[in-house]
Design a protein. Structure first.
Length: 257
């Protein structure tokens, strides 16, 4: 049975990936920090889908923990067919108010961990001529000027990494996808200390929809997946605005300081 390794499956989009991949019959490796939530999800997947599930408790911003997850991806025994780089978090503060440690953690999780895990996964996939890497970036990665730094900048890095790798993997049997969801109902905003409760329901996506669109896009060989038509049209329209102009619009829309 092919095996998928999913980072950040204890809630939200990562949990939906674990559920949908297990429902397709893939065995699953779950990676996050919260051991109790990981074990509860593992039991749930085993009971519902009769798949085999491994749990790796790891903080991907910690060098030693990251090395353990890399080692799992490099293992020739029970090789990983699908890597889902999903773990991430938002910062509820403006750039200048973030502590150096908060900045380091975001770069470690969104940039270093995604790069290193993908780097560990690809050689085996290439040798087997079969594999898939999905990285959950964001619409913020397509329009970083309209997002809070450094979140949008780290997500732009993820999109650029997947796009760059896609070119090197043509004809290899391995594909990569940058999944770019818009606002999705998960624990993300509450954890970041953001209150978006006044936004209309039309802007919100479900984690299930994000994942089913992403898996459909992967099957079609799409490199940048923007779940739902409404977000695809919105991003296309916003991309027509010149970069300098969009930065000015954002500056005008924000309170001074
Ligand atoms: N929600 C949105 O509106 C939205 C929109 C666009 C993109 N995204 C992206 O989607 C991805 C998933 O976010 P979500 O919305 O599903 O948020 P979420 O519900 O808060 O889930 C985040 C997941 O990441 C894990 N995680 C966080 N820090 C980690 C670390 N240091 N090491 C290992 N795992 C860690 C968490 O698990 P533990 O706490 O157990 O470690 C959790 O399972 C993120 O990359 C986010 O940037 C979200």
């Amino acid at each position: 049975m092919p095996i998928a390794l999913v980072t950040g499956p204890t809630s939200g989009i990562g949990r939906a990936f674990a559920l949908q991949l297990a429902a397709r019959g893939l065995d699953i490796v779950l990676v996050a920090r919260d051991a109790a939530r990981l074990e509860a999800l593992a039991d749930n997947l085993r009971a519902r889908f009769a798949v085999s599930v491994e749990v790796l408790v790891a903080d991907l911003t910690d060098r030693d923990d990251l090395a353990r997850v890399e080692a799992r991806l490099l293992a020739a025994e029970r090789p990983i067919h699908t890597l889902v780089n999903n773990a991430g978090f938002g910062a509820g503060t403006v750039f200048e108010a973030a502590t150096p440690e908060q900045l380091d953690r975001m770069i470690a999780l969104h940039v270093t961990a995604v790069t290193r895990l993908t780097h560990a996964a690809l050689p085996g996939m290439r040798a087997r001529r079969s594999g898939l890497v999905l990285t959950v970036a964001s619409v913020a990665g397509l329009l970083p000027a309209m997002s809070t730094p450094p979140y949008g900048a780290t997500k732009a890095y993820q999109v650029a990494l997947m796009e760059g790798l896609a070119g090197t993997l043509v004809g290899s049997g391995v594909s990569v996808v940058a999944v770019c969801p818009g606002l999705t109902r998960t624990d993300f905003h509450q954890r970041a200390g953001l209150d978006l409760s006044r936004l209309p329901s039309v802007v919100w996506l479900s984690p299930h929809r994000v994942v089913s669109d992403a898996l459909r896009a992967a099957a079609r060989g799409v490199v940048i997946s923007i779940p739902t038509k409404r977000y695809r049209y919105a991003i296309r329209a916003a991309s027509l605005i010149p970069r300098g102009t969009s930065a000015r619009i954002v500056r005008r829309g924000k309170p001074r300081g």
